[in-house]
Design a protein around this ligand. Structure first.
Ligand code: NDP
Length: 335
C-alpha cells in the first residue's frame, strides 16, 4: 500500500503527471479542498527537470533553474494538502462518468475525476546505434549528460529551440560542437539561434541527415555517419557525444485506446476546455498541446483542468460505484 492513500477511498480527483500542468492542477484542486492525489511519476518534475535556465516564465525576472522551479510548484501544491505518489502509473480503467481507476501494479486507486497531465518525451531518430549507444555517447538530455564530454567533439542533432539550448549548454564543455540539421533553415526562435551562433566553438552543418551512430573498439560512440539531404553523399564525423534534440512525442500510452487520441497520439479535448471524450476525465499540458508546449501554457491548462474537474464534481451526481462496490460493500466518499 502506498503511504498517504487509502485504497477504499474514492478520491475527488487523481492527477497523473508531475510537471507544470499536473502541479498547477494540484494547486487549484487543493485550494478548492478537493484533496488531490498526484501520481507524479518516478522522475517527477517533467521535462523541466532536464532544463537549465528558464527565462520565459513570468514572475522570475532573473530566470530560474528548471528543477528549482518544479520544486517550488510542488511545494506550493503541497502547502494546500496535495498528496503525492512518486511512481509511474501502470494502468488505468476509465469510464464515462463512472468511478475512475488508476493502478500501480495491483494497487488500485479510485476517483470521481482524473486529470491526465502526462506530458511528452523526446523523439528518437530510429537509426542504427541510437539505442545501443544510449549511455555510451548518445543522449537525449544535454543538461544531464553534457558535462561528460569535456574537451571532446560533440554533435547535436536538430534545428529547434531544444537543439539550440542543448548546444549552448554543452558548448561550455565540448572542444567543438557541431549542430546537424536536416534543412538549411532552422526552426529555432531567433534569439536562441543567435545565442548559439555567437559561440566560438559551435558550427552549423546543413542539410544533413544522420544515418548511423558508430561505436569504437571500446564500445563507446566514436563517430556518426551523415548523408547530405540533397546530394546523397555520406561522410563521417568524429564525436565523443551525440545529442538527439528533435522534438517530443506525447506520453499518452497509458490511456491509448481508452481516451480518444489523434493520429500523433495527443489526447483530444473539446475546444476551449480540458474535457476528453469521457465524462470526469480531463487532459492538460503537453499531452494535449501540439503547438505551444511551454511551461506557462502547460500551467495555464493545468488550472483549466482543475476548474473543469471542480465543476464536474459540483454538477454531476456521484458515480454509482462510488456508493457501493460489487458485493454491496460501502465505500467511503471523499467530502
Ligand atoms: P521542434 O519541433 O521545435 O524542433 C524539432 C527539430 O528537430 C526541427 O529542426 C526538426 O526539423 C528536427 N527533426 C525532427 N525530426 C527529425 C528527424 N527525424 N531527423 C532529423 N531532424 C529532425 O522541437 P523542440 O523540442 O526544439 O521545441 C519544442 C517546443 O519547445 C518549441 O515550441 C520550442 O520553442 C520550445 N522550447 C523552448 C525552449 C526555451 O525557450 N528555453 C527550450 C526548448 C524548447 P524540421 O524543422 O525539418 O522539422
Amino acid at each position: 500500500m502506498t503511504d498517504m492513500t487509502d485504497s477504499k477511498k474514492v478520491e475527488n480527483v487523481i492527477i497523473i503527471g508531475g510537471g507544470p500542468a499536473g502541479y498547477t492542477a494540484a494547486l487549484y484542486t487543493a485550494r478548492a479542498n478537493l484533496e488531490p492525489l498526484v501520481f507524479e511519476g518516478f522522475q517527477w518534475g517533467g521535462q523541466l527537470q532536464n532544463t537549465t535556465d528558464v527565462e520565459n516564465y513570468p514572475g522570475y525576472p532573473e530566470g530560474i533553474m528548471g528543477p528549482e522551479m518544479m520544486s517550488q510548484f510542488r511545494a506550493q501544491a503541497e502547502r494546500f494538502g496535495t498528496r503525492f505518489v512518486t511512481d509511474d502509473v501502470d494502468r488505468v480503467e476509465l469510464s464515462d462518468g463512472g468511478v475512475q481507476k488508476v493502478f500501480l501494479g495491483d494497487e488500485e486507486h479510485r476517483a470521481k475525476t482524473v486529470i491526465l497531465a502526462t506530458g511528452a518525451e523526446p523523439k528518437r531518430l530510429g537509426i542504427p546505434g541510437e539505442m545501443e549507444l544510449g549511455g555510451r555517447g548518445v543522449s537525449t538530455c544535454g543538461v544531464c549528460d553534457g558535462a561528460f564530454f569535456k574537451d571532446q567533439p560533440v554533435i547535436v542533432i536538430g534545428g529547434g529551440d531544444s537543439a539550440m539550448e542543448d548546444s549552448i549548454f554543452i558548448s561550455k564543455y565540448a572542444s567543438q560542437l557541431t549542430v546537424v540539421n536536416r534543412r538549411d533553415e532552422f526552426r529555432a526562435s531567433k534569439i536562441m539561434f543567435e545565442r548559439a551562433r555567437e559561440k566560438d566553438n559551435i558550427e552549423l552543418k546543413t542539410p544533413y541527415i544522420p544515418e548511423e551512430f558508430v561505436a569504437g573498439e571500446n564500445g563507446k560512440l566514436e563517430k556518426i555517419r551523415l548523408r547530405h539531404a540533397e546530394t546523397g553523399e555520406t561522410e563521417e564525423i568524429e564525436a565523443g557525444g551525440a545529442f538527439v534534440a528533435i522534438g517530443h512525442t506525447p506520453r499518452s500510452e497509458v490511456v491509448k485506446g481508452i481516451v480518444e487520441t489523434d493520429e500523433d497520439g495527443y489526447i483530444v479535448t473539446e475546444p476551449g476546455s480540458t474535457r476528453t471524450n469521457l465524462g470526469g476525465v480531463f487532459a492538460v499540458g503537453d499531452v494535449v498541446d501540439h503547438t505551444y508546449r511551454q511551461a506557462v501554457t502547460a500551467a495555464g491548462t493545468g488550472c483549466m483542468g482543475a476548474l473543469d474537474a471542480e465543476r464536474f464534481l459540483r454538477d454531476s451526481p456521484p458515480p454509482v460505484e462510488a456508493h457501493w462496490m460489487p458485493g454491496g460493500e460501502p465505500v467511503e466518499l471523499a467530502p
